[in-house]
Design a protein around this ligand. Sequence first.
Ligand code: PLP
Length: 456
Amino acid sequence: MKDLSPNSWEARADAHSFYGFTDLPTIEDRGAVVLTHGEGPYVFDVHGRKYFDGNSGLWNMVAGFDHPGMAEAAKAQYDRFPGYHAFFGRMADQTVMLSEKLIEVSPFDDGKVFYTNSGSEANDTMVKMLWFLGGAEGHPNKRKIITRKNAYHGVTAVSASMTGKPYNSVFGLPLPEFLHLTCPHYWREGHEGETEAQFTQRMADELEDMITREGADTIAGFFAEPVMGAGGVIPPSEGYFQAIQPILKKHGIPLISDEVICGFGRTGAVWGCQAYGFMPDAIISSKCLTAGYFPMGAVILGPDLTDRLQAASDAIEEFPHGFTASGHPVGCAIALKAIDVILNEGLLENCQKMIPAFEAGLQALADKHHNIGEVRGKGLMGALEAVKDPATKEPFGPDVSVSERIANACTDEGLICRPLGQSIVLCPPFIVTQDHLDEMFSKLDAALTKVFAEVG
Ligand SMILES: *Cc1c(COP(=O)(O)O)cnc(C)c1O
C-alpha cells in the first residue's frame, strides 16, 4: 500500500510535514493520503483515487469542494482589496457588512462581533473577554471556566484547557481555573436503573454543587457545544439545557454556546441553541462560517455582554486584543457568500431534507452489525460506537484500535470517515443527494463487515 520510494508524495509528506492529530502507526503502515483537488463532496489523491468525504473535510466544507460562487466571491475581493486588519478604528467595508449579517442571522436582537482566525482563538478571545469583564466590574476573582469532559473547544493553551480530553495532560493542561463536569452522555454515563430524566437532573445537580463548592463569585463562564462534535457526536441528554440554564442564570454565569460545528445548519436549525431551545449569552462560530473556504472564527456577543464589554472598554479607552488578520476582508467576503449560499441558495433546505435518510442509513448499519453499541446524532452528523459486547457495552481493548481499523478499511473502499474514540463519525456536506448517502453507507457497511469479521 505505502509507496516507499523517496520521491513519492507519501515519503515527501513524511520527511518534512509534522503530523498533528494523526494516528502514527497508520501512517507508518499506509502513508499519508495526499490530496490534489475536490469535486462536490469528493476529494482526489495524487494517485487519482477518488474518495467520498463523509466528514466534509473537518466538518466545514458544507458547500462541497468546488462551489463556483465561493471561489468567485474570493477572487472578486482579492482583486478589490486583498487584505486589511481591524485595529485602530480601521476596518474593511466587508467586515462591517459581515458583522451586520451575523447579528441579523443570530438568535440575538442586537449585539457585536469580534473576529479571529480559528475556533480555538474565538474561544480564547471569549475567555479573555470574561476575565476582562470580571476585573472591570470589580470581581477580579471571577476567572474559573466550566466546561464538560469530552468537550472539544480547540487547541490553544486556553481552549485546550477547556477541551475535556485526557490527551491534553501531555502538555500539563488544563491550566488552573478550568473545571470539567461529567459528559451528559446518558448511554455511557447513566447509572444502572437511572432514567434519562434522572440522569439530566444529576448533571444539573453536579453543576449546582460545583458552583456552590467553588463560589459563584469565582466563576467567569460556562461553555458548551449544543452537540459535542469531536467528543464523538454526543447530543445532550433529554432536557439538559433546560435544566442547567436556570442554574447559570441564578448565579449570574454567562452561558456561551460553542457553535463551531453546530452553527449554520449542521443540526437542521441555523444554530444548535435553536435546535435545543436555549438562549446563550454569546455564540462562538467558525468552521461553516466560511464553508471552509477561509480560516475564520467569530465571537458573536448577545446584547447583555455587548453592553457590559463596551462599558468595560470605554472605561480604559480600549479593548487590548486582536489578531493581525481579524476581520480579514477576503474572509469576510467569503463568509458573506457562504451564509448566503447556506441560508438562501438551498443548502440548509437540502440538509434538512436529507436528515431522515441519513438517520435511517445509520440506524440500518447499527441494526445489521451486532458490534455497534450505540447509534447517535443530530441533524446531518452522526456516530456509530463499536463495542466488544453490546450487552455490557464493554469496549474493545486499545490494542485492537477498532475505529482506526474501520476508518482505514473505509479509505480502501474510497470513503473518508473519522475514528473518534471507539466511534466512527459521519458528517457529510449539505449538498449530498440520496445517491451520495447510499454510496457512503454501502462503503461503510463493507468496511464494518470486514473489520468486525477480524476482531468481533
Ligand atoms: C473545531 C472546533 C474548535 C476549534 O476550532 P479550530 O478552528 O480548529 O481552532 C472549537 N470548538 C469546536 C466545537 C470545534 O469543533
